[in-house]
Design a binder for this molecule. Structure first.
Ligand SMILES: NC(=O)c1ccc[n+]([C@@H]2O[C@H](COP(=O)([O-])OP(=O)(O)OC[C@H]3O[C@@H](n4cnc5c(N)ncnc54)[C@H](OP(=O)(O)O)[C@@H]3O)[C@@H](O)[C@H]2O)c1
Length: 325
């Protein structure tokens, strides 16, 4: 079987290789999973570059999410059988077969769309955590976010809508306005919109939660839109610019500035809550209420092209790796 292995940190074309790797049988408590598909996320690009909060020892098979089918179960495993569709919930997913801990793996409904399932482990749970852990949101409360067409942003729109929340969404491209409205965004505005002076035109009350994946001026624009005592959560830094917060937002408005990292959030979340979250998310996907677009699917043999494409701006959705061939 083949896997995408990283040999050094740097440019994908120089450091990533598709290699033959052994496929050992599952040990006690393990599942052998034949991987079907996995996305290329911004965090994967950061890891390849060597610029992420946690880096693997090299060489390493990389990839942080994906979906596959169980082909064999190890001793002592119950609740899984060959043929089951699963999220392996481990690192090293850009591979054709992997060993996953049965304790952590998530069993999915049999007929779930494989591409949607492949994108279920990282970005929808991040949206879930962002909406759940920082501000108690009541029906009708507003959330303001940037990079709203990203996989996290679209998940925020769709999960918030399912819970009765309202979203004010900032994007960089006008063609995204109708697209996001169609998946339930209440308002969509462009990056150059001055939210401080215009917020009253968009929302019947100021947002209590801001979600920032960009940084710099875009983050400040969100902060300026918030209600007094509101919270801005930073979870991404696509613009690679630091946050500059005017003193007055802290002194006179008492805004709260927080951060979110899924890895830490998962560590502190009880296992039953995580399983329940995935059951709810899978239900939304099955009903077509949580849909993330796919830009293009690449075979593993075109790994470097896939990674390079994922690093380009203005994509129409996620770049996926087809691991089944
Ligand atoms: N903290 C966590 O635990 C966590 C978890 C998941 C994701 N994230 C982070 O969340 C962010 C979004 O991830 P994703 O997978 O949802 O993204 P994605 O689907 O790959 O989309 C990338 C988004 O970033 C925007 N973008 C790219 N460069 C930008 C720039 N220079 N300025 C402003 N916007 C820019 C894109 O806009 P265009 O379409 O206009 O190019 C698009 O909306 C990333 O930073 C990722 O690392 C963090």
């Amino acid at each position: 079987m083949r896997a995408a292995r990283l040999h050094a940190f740097g440019k994908a074309a120089e450091v990533l290789r598709v290699e033959e790797v052994p496929a050992p049988p599952p040990g006690p408590g393990e599942l052998l999973v034949k991987m079907l598909a996995a996305p290329v996320n911004p965090a994967d690009l950061n890891i390849i570059e060597g610029k992420y909060g946690e880096l693997p020892d090299l060489p390493a098979v990389i990839g942080n999410e994906g979906v596959g089918r169980v082909v064999a179960v190890g001793g002592g495993v119950s609740g899984f059988a060959p043929g089951d569709l699963v999220l392996p919930m481990c690192r090293g997913t850009w591979t054709q077969n992997l060993l996953a801990s049965a304790r952590d793996a998530i069993l999915l409904p049999a007929g779930l769309d494989v591409h949607q399932a492949a994108m279920l482990t990282v970005n929808p749970p991040s949206a879930w955590g962002l909406l759940q852990d920082f501000v108690k949101l009541n029906a009708g409360d507003w959330i303001v976010q940037n990079a709203a067409n990203s996989a996290v942003g679209r998940s925020v729109i769709q999960i918030a809508r399912a819970r009765g929340g309202k979203t004010l969404n900032v994007v960089r491209r006008p063609e995204l306005i109708d697209e996001l409205r169609a998946i339930g965004a209440d308002r969509v505005v462009l990056e150059d919109c001055d939210l401080r002076s215009q917020i009253g035109e968009f929302c019947d009350r100021r947002p209590c939660l801001g979600l920032n994946a960009v940084g710099g001026a875009s983050a400040l624009n969100l902060a300026n839109a918030l209600a007094d005592e509101g919270t801005l959560v930073t979870y991404g830094a696509m613009g690679r610019q630091p946050l500059k917060i005017p003193n007055g937002l802290l002194i006179f408005r008492n805004l709260h500035f927080r951060g979110f990292w899924l890895n830490r959030w998962k560590e502190k979340s009880p296992a039953p809550a995580i399983k329940e979250m995935f059951s709810t998310l899978a239900g939304l996907v099955a009903r077509g209420e949580l849909v993330l677009p796919v830009h293009r699917v690449y075979p593993l043999t075109e790994l470097v092209e896939a990674v390079e494409e994922a690093g380009r701006e203005s994509r129409a959705g996620k770049v996926l790796l087809d691991l089944s061939a």
